[in-house]
Design a binder for this molecule. Structure first.
Ligand SMILES: Nc1ncnc2c1ncn2[C@@H]1O[C@H](COP(=O)(O)OP(=O)(O)OP(=O)(O)O)[C@@H](O)[C@H]1O
Ligand SMILES: [Mg+2]
Length: 602
């Protein structure tokens, strides 16, 4: 399916796309039109000035021509006064047309930026709160394309296209009225017929091209999503590209994606641009027929010009309508892409009436926990564990056994598929996620830093921490010395994703965050993996302090870190196969014994 690059998560959502019945345009765009509410007065201005402008074009110009031309070109020369009036009236009308057109366009742009902000912030808010599982299935670049190009296309429909839908019919009706009026005055009814006859002819290309534009726009936006994914991935993997000499491959990939985007952009442009020209051609044919008829009927030139002008004015709106129709179809493709995200269900929903988290009640219980990332592939199977408050648990086991999965269930990055996890006797799903996560610190293997100062990166642990508290946390994490060694100290910028710091330095920043957060539950997932033995020694010292008075989960391959634990859980293929102290497990569990021996007896 073009336009959807996500995997199972997206496809499981109740998507508009899979509806057998295409939702009516109005229903599709309704939530976006509601965004005009805060700018309703400027939008009323768009409609009013657009209406005046349309009336001036459609009715004003032909009627003016009709009224004044005969006077100027009659057999007796016009008086000076009349001539001056005629000469003045056209610039004055032009001034009003210009002024109303400008006001309409400016106010429309004003409403447009507000609507664009609303669409983007709604989408962004939704994305901020989507469960983590979503990001495994969705590509970042494609999300960026939805926030960028798709949001703009929808905004164009809501403001510009809507304004034209008001303005253009008024011009059209005005021109028809002018035609009728002039024809009745001059008894030239045939003109009306010409004007009206050709209109149905325009419907076919409008419909056909609109369909094409929507399809091409959908594929263009999907292509744009792939392109920005490729750029995003490439720029994020600058080291790998060089290490594995992937430049040529990456350039080829980039070129291919660009070609797809260019192809559909051109196709869309073809259909967008050909339509007004076709309508123009139809208009020219009808004007030609009009001239032919006027010549046959021996019409006077001053009668003919206003009639032809009115006739011509009816085609402006049709042409515009064709373009608006194209914009709407293009917007429709984008609305669908945005709605796919907006309609994703929250698979990790907040409780309706949440129980407040009690920081003094942090006994943790896993009761028959079943978990799978993808349906039918169990990752945790019937895990039972009682972890009393203040216990330091180490999770050991082969790679892929489910250790990280086990700890990721505690902050509800994912919800269990079967069984329950309780903290202080309360099912996790009864807490508010924000409240729960406020009481958990996580230090993981790949610490992500933001492109900001070291100080602000540590402060992410607790946003209201003072500078002194930040520095105390850094001291505790044995990070102060290396931070102080930088010229700019705590104000040193860490670079994008923290590239200016070493792996060990980043991990100590993460540990400083955990000190600052001071949460009763602490999760260390390979938190010391990037350290050399010297900094590991320092971090070990830091951890001894950090784990005090907390319920702690440590995943580490090094048994030196595991020594901090007073309880060890051994995982294998999603099962918790044994649990106890080092001495107990070494004596009773063969897997644990072999894991331990492999590290110390080689
Ligand atoms: N986001 C994910 N989506 C789908 N499957 C996943 C995801 N994360 C982990 N898995 C799968 O779940 C299983 C358990 O992974 P997990 O990361 O919990 O293992 P682990 O014990 O932490 O291993 P390691 O010691 O290598 O870190 C693995 O088979 C893995 O492929
Ligand atoms: Mg892991």
């Amino acid at each position: 399916m073009p336009g959807v690059s996500a995997g199972s998560v997206i496809q499981r959502g109740p998507m508009k796309k899979t509806d057998p019945e295409r939702p009516k345009l109005a229903r599709l765009f309704a939530p976006y039109f509601a965004m005009l509410r805060p700018v309703k007065w400027p939008f009323v201005g768009v409609v009013v000035f657009g209406g005046i402008n349309g009336a001036l074009n459609g009715l004003g110009i032909p009627v003016l021509l009709f009224k004044f031309l005969p006077k100027v070109f009659s057999d007796t020369p016009p008086s000076r006064f009349l001539l001056a009036g005629v000469v003045l009236v056209f610039p004055v009308v032009a001034l009003f047309r210009g002024l109303t057109a400008f006001l309409k366009d400016y106010l429309s742009a004003f409403c447009g930026v507000q609507v664009l902000i609303s669409i983007r912030s709604r989408l962004y808010r939704k994305i901020q709160n989507l469960p983590l599982g979503f990001f495994g299935a969705m590509r970042v670049g494609d999300l960026m394309a939805r926030i960028g190009g798709d949001a703009s296309a929808v905004q164009v429909v809501v403001t510009n296209a809507t304004a034209d839908l008001v303005n253009q019919p008024i011009q059209f009706v005005g021109a028809i009225i002018a035609l009728i009026y002039i024809s009745i005055q001059r008894k030239e009814v045939v003109f009306i017929l010409f004007a009206l006859m050709i209109i149905p002819l325009c419907v076919f290309p409008i419909r056909h091209f609109g369909k094409q534009v929507k399809e091409k726009a959908r594929r263009l936006q999907a292509g744009a999503g792939k392109l920005s994914t490729a750029i995003n991935e490439n720029l994020g993997a600058a080291r790998e590209v060089r290490a594995f000499n992937l430049q040529a491959l990456e350039e080829r990939k980039f070129d291919d994606f660009m070609k797809v985007v260019a192809k559909f952009d051109l196709k869309k442009t073809k259909y967008l641009k050909i339509l007004p020209q076709l309508i123009e051609l139809v208009a020219a044919v009808s004007v030609a027929i009009g001239v032919w008829y006027a010549a046959k009927a021996r019409l006077k030139v001053e009668d003919m010009i206003p009639l032809l002008a009115a006739l011509y004015m009816t085609y402006g709106p049709i042409k515009k309508f064709g373009m608006v129709h194209n914009q709407i179809r293009q917007g429709e493709a984008s609305v669908e892409r945005i709605d796919q995200i907006m309609s994703l269900p929250d698979s990790v929903p907040d409780a309706v009436s949440p129980v407040p988290f009690d920081a003094n009640e942090t006994d943790i219980e896993f009761a028959g926990v079943e978990f799978e990332y993808a349906p039918g592939i169990p990752v945790l199977r019937g895990v039972n564990a009682q972890i009393p408050r203040g216990t330091v648990v180490a999770l050991v086991g082969p790679s892929g056994a489910g250790k990280s999965t086990f700890v990721n269930l505690i902050p509800r990055f994912y919800d269990v598929v079967g069984g329950a996890i309780r903290i202080g006797g309360v099912d996790l799903r009864q807490f508010c996620k924000t409240d729960l996560r406020n009481h958990i610190s996580i230090v993981s293997q790949d610490t992500v830093l933001f492109n900001d100062t070291i100080r602000n990166n540590i402060r992410l642990g607790r946003l209201d921490a003072t500078d002194a508290e930040v520095e105390a946390a850094a001291l505790n994490a044995f990070a102060h010395d290396f931070i102080a060694a930088f010229d700019e100290g705590y104000n040193t910028l860490v670079g994008e994703r923290g590239t200016r710091l070493s792996g060990g330095q980043k991990q100590r920043i993460a540990i400083a965050r955990a000190f600052l957060r001071n949460a009763p539950i602490l999760i260390l997932d390979e938190a010391t993996s990037a350290l050399d033995s010297e900094s590991e020694e320092m971090v070990q010292k830091a951890l001894v302090e950090l784990v005090k008075r907390r319920t702690v989960f440590i995943i580490a391959h090094r048994f030196s870190t595991i020594k901090l634990a007073n309880r060890i859980m051994v995982f294998e293929q999603g099962l918790l196969r044994a649990s106890g102290t080092h001495a107990e497990l070494y004596a009773s569990d063969t897997l644990y014994k072999s894991l331990y021996d492999r590290q110390f007896i080689s």
